[in-house]
Design a protein around this ligand. Structure first.
Ligand code: CMP
Length: 144
């Protein structure tokens, strides 16, 4: 099934210069880029994005971190992108992420874990609406 997912390079990934590698991984896998922007995140957007974590002890740190510097917000499209995209990212805790995954190749820290990917088709729909209220690029790539 063709799906869309919201994928975001977090401030640590942008600062470390990992945006290019991350885009390359999704491109070479065969996914289609539908939205892309580098942006600073205000508190309101951060709290909405992480609303399922409101009330958890790590919530304030989550909001502080995501608002600490620019993020690279993206929408990728393709077959099973939500689940397959998360497999490419690796486990939430980078210490448990397999080598070859984005977190497994670049991180060891639970808070600063480089990248976000939607965890379900429903979350993806919500997050894409939140981060790209202006809409997405319309195009269809030739078959790869
Ligand atoms: P992500 O899956 O992108 O979105 C939720 C984030 O919360 C997750 O990445 C982690 O960075 C963070 N997180 C989840 N669980 C914990 C935890 N127990 N302690 C600190 N941070 C956490």
């Amino acid at each position: 099934v063709t799906e869309q997912s919201f994928i975001m390079v977090k401030p640590d990934g942008v600062q470390r210069g990992l945006v290019g590698d991350i885009i390359k991984r999704y491109e070479q896998r065969g996914y289609t880029l539908k939205g892309l922007k580098l942006m600073n995140v205000d508190k309101s957007l951060a709290e909405k994005h992480y609303e399922e974590h409101q009330g958890k002890p790590f919530f304030p740190k989550l909001v502080d971190f995501i608002t600490s510097g620019p993020v690279c917000a993206m929408v990728w499209e393709g077959k099973n992108i939500v689940a397959a995209g998360r497999t490419m990212i690796g486990a939430t805790n980078p210490q448990a992420s397999a080598p070859g995954t984005i977190r497994g190749d670049y991180g060891i820290d639970m808070g600063r874990n480089i990248i976000h990917g939607s965890d379900s088709v429903e979350s993806a729909r919500r997050e894409i609406g939140l981060w790209f209220p202006e809409g997405l690029a319309e195009w269809t790539p030739v078959a790869k």
